[in-house]
Design a protein around this ligand. Structure first.
Ligand SMILES: O=P(O)(O)OC[C@H]1O[C@H](O[C@H]2O[C@H](CO)[C@@H](O)[C@H](O)[C@H]2O)[C@H](O)[C@@H](O)[C@@H]1O
Length: 244
């Protein structure tokens, strides 16, 4: 029997951005952010006493641009940057920024020679997109491997029609763990929503902390739960706000 006097479960929500909150687009800049989604995120965050963070491969400034003027806690560049709930900011560090920029320089000739490739330098990470030139996937992988081999302490992360490089040990799981040590996340049950291989670190982290990972769509995953599509993610965010 449900005990109506039992304390409510207090959740902390961590969500990926591309492919989870918003539909994928042909290029990183072509993503559409519906106004009602931004409003819903604010409402859910308010109901959860601000325990809602975006954990993404994008730089923090991209998320701010899409959500403007809303400023949520965000882990960006796969966790290389982090804005806490109190607004304070941890950047990628001088070494991470320098090495990511060296990798981007190494990849530049390939991107220049193939205008359908998109080179996306970020603070502490680099992405080389081949969505518009899938036939160049292998060339991108090889170039990224060479670039990463030429520097110290960076790892390749394959994503959706993209190869990315980020500092070894910097990942979405580490970002979630850092948030969970701080207010307003500490002491809550963490939930991580994501669709991609880079979200697996987030799923594992929340599950080790007693929470649950929720994988959007098909594919192998360590997440204990699945959700069908982006519309269902939006419905879940609405439902969480209503229930809180
Ligand atoms: O961790 P996420 O929030 O899922 O971000 C992962 C990467 O997303 C972006 O690239 C992806 O989305 C683009 C727009 O839909 C798409 O064109 C591209 O093919 C996808 O790989 C972003 O550009 C990257 O920086 C993120 O790391």
């Amino acid at each position: 029997m449900i005990d109506p006097s039992a304390p409510a479960v207090r959740l902390a929500i961590f969500t990926d951005f591309d492919g989870t909150l918003v539909e994928l687009a042909e290029t990183p800049d072509a993503v559409e952010m519906p106004r009602q989604l931004a409003d819903q995120l604010v409402r859910t965050a308010e109901k959860l006493e601000s325990a809602l963070a975006i954990v993404t491969g994008r730089p923090v400034e991209d998320i701010d641009r899409y959500l403007d003027p809303i400023r949520l806690p965000v882990a960006g560049s796969h966790g290389a940057q982090r804005r806490r709930a109190d607004g304070s900011f941890e950047d990628a560090g001088a070494a991470g920024i320098r090495i990511a920029s060296e990798i981007a320089q190494f990849l530049e000739p390939l991107a220049m020679a193939n205008p359908d490739l998109i080179l996306e330098p970020k603070a502490g990470a680099v992405a080389l997109h081949y969505r518009q030139a899938p036939q160049l996937a292998e060339d991108c992988r090889r170039a990224m491997e060479e670039a990463v081999a030429a520097v110290e302490g960076f790892t390749i992360v394959p994503g959706k029609m993209v190869f990315e490089a980020r500092a070894t040990g910097v990942d979405k799981g580490a970002a979630v763990r850092a948030f969970m040590l701080e207010e307003p996340f500490a002491g809550r049950i963490p939930v991580f929503l994501g669709d991609d291989t880079t979200d697996e670190d987030g799923f594992r982290a929340v599950q080790e902390l007693g929470g649950v990972g929720i994988k959007l769509g098909e594919g192998d995953t360590s997440a204990r739960m699945r959700i069908a599509d982006i519309a269902s993610v939006h419905a879940l965010l609405r439902g969480l706000a209503d229930a809180a």
